[in-house]
Structure formats: C-alpha cells, structure tokens
Design a protein around this ligand. Structure first.
Ligand SMILES: Nc1nc2c(c(=O)[nH]1)N[C@H]1C(S)=C(S)[C@@H](COP(=O)(O)O)O[C@H]1N2
Ligand SMILES: [Mo]
Length: 257
C-alpha cells in the first residue's frame, strides 16, 4: 500500500470521535485511570450496539436487481509473493484453509471440500469507511459449520482470520493483514467464508480464493485472502494486540454498521 493511502487512512481515523479523543489526549491517556475510562467507554459502545441489534439481528438482504454493476476492489488488490502467485497459477488446487488453535480437531480443507459443504448465498451491501458501498451476492460455507466441524474448545472466545497479503514496505504499514470477530458474529447465520461473488469464483481483487463476510460490520472486518482460521482465548498476543491490522492502527474492533 502506498504511503498516500496510509495517510488518507490516518486522516479518516483521526476524523472519528474516538480518533480525536486519542489524538488530543496523548499524554493523558498514559494515566491508568484514563485507560480504564477509555476501556469502559468502548465496552459501553459495544454493549449499546449489541442492545440495538436485538430484534433486528440480520443484515438487510437485497434483490438481484440491486447488485452493483462493478464491485470495487479495495485495500490489497493482488497479494504479492511467490506462494500466492503459485496458488493462483494452478487455480488454488493445492491451497488449503487451515483451521486450528482452540479446536478439538485441527484441519486443512481444500477449495473443493469447502464448495462441497452446504452453502449460503446472500445479497448484501458492503460499506467501507472510505465512503463507498457496493451490493453483491456472496456464496460460501457458513463459518459456524466450519467451527462445528473442527469442534470449538470451551476456552475459545474469538475467531481470527490470517490473510495472505503483507501490507509491508512503508513503515507503519508493515505486517500481514488479519482480523478477528467474537463468537456472536462467528455463529451468526450470515457470517460466511465466501468463495464466489455474483455466482462467479471470487476474483483476485475481492479476496480469492476465500474471504470472510461478516455482514453487520464495516468493510475492513471482511478479511480477504484468508489462509488460516484460528480460535483463540485472547487477541493480545496477535499483531499489536488490538485484534486486526487496522485496529492496530486506531480503528474500532467492533465496527458495527
Ligand atoms: N486481506 C485483506 N483483507 C481486506 C483488506 C485488505 O487490504 N487485505 N481491505 C479491507 C477493506 S478496508 C475493505 S473495504 C474490503 C474491500 O473488499 P473488496 O476488495 O472486495 O471491495 O476488504 C477488507 N479486507
Ligand atoms: Mo474499507
């Protein structure tokens, strides 16, 4: 990702209320009491969002006539590196989705195996923080069915998605893309691992061969190029500890729409 993109990201983050608060209170935020306050304020937002979702638990689904003519590709449009290039060259025949961490049965699934599982299709609207939306039909295996297959351990609290793309090369952007969600969203019926967009195999620009759809949250939560799904008890040991590539750089972890 270019430095210009990154500074645009920085501006977007700073323009949110949380971003302003953090940017303006750099020294203050080092005080433990302030950290506790910030932490609980975030918790309030989270439970408030959860409370608001009660009674309307599904994201809106649209009719086929609403499907966008072009579904934009954003963020990484083509992962770099020899490993991804090799997978792409042979149609992802040797690619495997790893499911591990706090599960009874760690596994590796081929694209053919994923396609053979019961699928869900949904026409939903994708909203990016950069100010654009697009409607597409996504088809994939429900995440709950994969977690059931692997047998989620009782200690698991979050599901982490490890991606193939490294946004490295420009200082702060160094690192593999990753994301995480809680078990509410992981078991939500509209949370799927999508391998098709508008009834065609997922294009490279949109995350081939597999990407997350977590329809009640903003675009950056929808991890593309997913290589590994990991069940964990805590997000702290990953990346910089905030639960995702953009969260590590100031974005909200729970990005409710
Ligand atoms: N691996 C990975 N996933 C990602 C991104 C990325 O750069 N890398 N960008 C995110 C952002 S900000 C958005 S808006 C969507 C874009 O999805 P699209 O390319 O299908 O439009 O993917 C999200 N998932
Ligand atoms: Mo985005």
């Amino acid at each position: 990702m270019a430095a210009a993109d990154l500074s645009r990201r920085g501006l977007i983050t700073a323009s949110t209320a949380g971003g302003l608060l953090l940017a303006g209170c750099d020294r203050l935020s080092k005080a433990p009491s302030v950290q506790r306050f910030t932490g609980s304020a975030e918790g309030l937002t989270y439970s408030a969002q959860r409370a608001l979702l009660t009674g309307q638990p599904l994201a809106r689904e649209f009719d086929a006539r609403h499907i966008s003519r072009v579904f934009k590709s954003n963020g990484t449009r083509h992962p770099t590196g020899a490993a991804y290039a090799a997978h792409l060259a042979n149609g992802f025949a040797d690619w495997r989705l790893v499911i591990d961490g706090l599960v009874a049965q760690p596994m590796q699934l081929s694209l053919a195996q994923l396609r053979a599982m019961p699928a869900r299709s949904q026409i939903t609207r994708h909203d990016c923080v950069e100010g654009w939306s697009a409607i597409g039909r996504w088809t994939g295996a429900p995440l709950w069915s994969l977690l059931k297959l692997a047998g989620l351990a009782a200690a698991a609290r979050y599901i982490v998605f490890h991606c193939a793309d490294d946004l490295g090369g420009t200082g702060d952007a160094r690192g593999l893309y990753y994301e995480s969600i809680d078990l509410f969203d992981a078991f939500h019926p509209q949370t799927i691992m999508a391998y098709a967009l508008n009834d065609a195999p997922l294009p490279v620009g949109n995350g081939a061969p597999l990407r997350l759809r977590v329809e009640r949250q903003l675009g950056y939560k929808h991890a593309k190029y997913v290589m590994r799904i990991e069940a964990v008890a805590s997000l702290k040991p990953l990346g910089r500890g905030m639960g995702g590539f953009w969260e590590d750089r100031g974005y909200e972890w729970y990005a409710g729409i």
